[in-house]
Design a protein. Sequence first.
Length: 202
Amino acid sequence: MSSKQRPLLLVISAPSGAGKSSLCNRLVEKFPQMIYSVSCTTRAPRGNEQDGVHYHFLSEEEFCARIAAGEFLEHARVHGNRYGTLKQTVVDALAQGLDIIMDIDVQGAKQIRLACAAMDDENVIKKSLVDIFIAPPSLEELQRRLRGRATDSAEVIEKRMRNAVDEMKHQPYYQYTVVNDDFEKASSELYEIIAREHHNRW
């Protein structure tokens, strides 16, 4: 066993409104060696978005060629555009000793688990994977939070709630579940998970 700290690929999912983005941002603030994964997309840059910083912007043809070459750890089509994470992006970060966060939906997380299951046990991605589900205290509380945002119509909230019920069914497949009832408590639980996993076998 090496005393070197194990770098982590943190795959974090949650229903909309569970507080995932705020918790992920707190982790990046807390751990200096933690970064967000930079995804590829076929959509055009928006505003001041920079290639290689916010996204890797690819043409549809290039994206499809990379799918065919098996270069993606996960990919999906969302609202007509393709999004995906290159295996090499993850490998490069882990090789530098960085922890890499993937803030991703349950379908993407499932793709990553399946990809890792097919990998050799010594594969750096497989050895580094830690997946965490951020759950709301209850569906009632989730609905209250979504309404409290005052940014979505009743129809959008209803759709998000239907999606949340489906997403919660994936919770048992994650290594860890953190219930975000209290933000500071949930943050502390995440810190403890990461500290423990940093020192697991490598």
